[in-house]
Write a new protein. Structure first.
Length: 475
């Protein structure tokens, strides 16, 4: 869904956000964006434009049925620390052909749908399957350096208006703060917090109700450099996602994560490392009466990670590991290998191509009690026709297998496990006439199919396409 109607910086967190944070793991997309920013500080606006579009597409190219994680706070990164205060205003006007991610079959309109009395429905009474959406966003990024430390504050709020489905109108926000710390010559760290609200997605529920999600996150890490080439990082975070819609509060979740990694960097800029992550999750709004039948979960995931520069124009990065997911209902435990392999190729100064394949655990931001093993491929070409213009595309095909999804409340196998397939294609163009303004035009198409599971799979079979026009001003 190429709009941002439900959250200050992206509606349902979005396919690109999911790809960035779940599938790409160590972050081909993120590292490309960060590298583009750093390069832009030296070479001018075009690399900064590349970085901006990577982040913008991660926030605006959203798909209500396939979101996974909250979007990352975004402001246009300054060229240097002299730009301590940078307010901005954005406006996004979009059209989406399937706002509720309704199935391809003719919609069923149940008169009790909006009152919660229906067994299931596709559209509430009076709802429109397609819609025009306008999002007006204002915010600022504040940087306060002192000594060797840096304090960052991101403020962002948005008014999201639906032309045909006015019952979905909402206010959203995304606020975060962080301290980057350094002490002595070998120690560094980061601590911070984030508070956000956004409209929940529709693609994974049989009730198209308005559901505002609140996200709270606290995080921190510390790094010790044993030598110029070897470092150890330990950290963790706590996050909570809550739902405003009562019938979805059994998906409220609290996650606590701890991780440790050690990385060795070679003189040529290659790196090799080992990472271990432990997660503990609980669902305070649910009990054994829900179909999923669990209230607590845990996860252990060791990974081998690497980044290798094959040449000045070609870089490989990836990770390989194993995952164990356990539940207080042992009948739902599962485990398996996880990996991601990616290549970034920069054949010329104006063209680039990223290709990645992955096999990893996924979940949906609005339904974190549902887990699937995702396997797919991502292709992202980009081209700068001029120093002020960037054209990019994204193609993604993914299959999703839901372990133990054919089990009913009595832990009886009554259906084959659910299997989904999803495809999306996106084309975007961004023009930056001056440093304080840019404009984007984005088109996206998405398709999702499903079969198996204990819930009628036709609810998860849909198509959509969308187009968005975005204008941004920075002061």
């Amino acid at each position: 869904m190429a709009i941002s109607h439900g959250v200050g910086i992206g509606v349902f967190s979005g396919r690109m956000a999911k790809l960035r944070d779940l599938m790409l793991g160590q972050g081909v997309l993120r590292e490309t964006a960060d590298a583009a920013v750093k390069t832009g500080r030296q070479r001018g606006s075009a690399p900064r434009l590349h970085a901006l579009l990577l982040w913008v597409t991660a926030l605006t190219l959203v798909s209500p049925g396939v979101s996974a994680v909250p979007p990352k706070t975004l402001t246009k990164l300054p060229n240097n620390l002299n730009e301590y205060f940078q307010p901005f205003i954005w406006n996004t006007f979009s059209y989406d052909s399937n706002i509720y991610r309704a199935p391809n079959d003719p919609p069923i309109v149940d008169p009790n749908c909006d009152r919660g009395g229906a067994t299931a429905c596709y559209l509430p009474p009076g709802a429109s399957k397609s819609d025009f959406i306008n999002q007006l966003s204002i915010g600022s990024k504040i940087l306060v350096p002192f000594s060797r430390q840096l304090w960052t504050l991101n403020l962002l709020g948005a008014n999201n208006s639906f032309v045909r489905n006015s019952s979905l109108d909402n206010l959203s926000w995304d606020t975060s703060t962080a301290f980057d710390l350094e002490w002595a010559d070998s120690w560094s760290g980061k601590v911070g917090a984030r508070y956000a609200r956004q409209l929940g997605g529709f693609g994974n529920f049989r009730f198209p109700g308005k559901d505002l999600l609140t996200f709270i996150n606290y995080f921190g890490n510390v790094t010790y450099r044993i030598s110029p080439r070897l470092r150890v990082t330990a950290g963790g975070d706590w996050n909570e996602v809550t739902h405003s819609l009562q019938r979805r509060q059994n998906q409220d979740v609290e996650n606590t994560t701890a991780r440790i990694e050690t990385v060795y960097a070679t003189p040529l800029g290659n790196s090799f490392g080992l990472e271990y992550t432990r997660l503990e999750g609980k669902y305070p709004g649910r009990g054994a009466e829900v179909a999923n039948g669990f209230t607590r979960t845990s996860q252990d995931k060791p990974l081998l990670v690497t980044r290798y520069r094959i040449s000045e124009k070609l870089t490989f990065d990836g990770n390989v590991g194993y995952l164990w997911r356990n539940f207080d209902n042992a009948d739902r435990d599962f485990s398996g290998e996880v990996w991601r392999l990616g290549m970034t190729w920069l054949p010329t100064i104006k063209t680039g191509l990223t290709v990645a394949g992955y096999h990893t655990l996924g979940t949906y931001f609005e339904e974190q009690g549902l887990f699937y093993m995702a396997e797919g491929v991502l292709i992202e070409p980009s081209w700068y026709p001029t120093d002020k213009t960037l054209i990019s595309a994204t193609l993604n095909y993914e299959t999703r297998d839901y372990p133990r999804s054919g089990i009913n409340r009595q832990n009886e196998v009554v259906a084959p496990d659910r299997h989904d397939n999803a495809f999306s294609a996106r084309v975007a163009a961004t023009y930056t006439p001056v440093d304080y303004a840019d404009f984007s035009l984005i088109y996206e198409y998405g398709r999702r199919g499903a079969n198996g599971g204990i819930i009628d799979s036709q609810f998860f079979q849909y198509n959509f396409d969308s187009i968005s026009a975005i204008g941004r001003l920075y002061f």
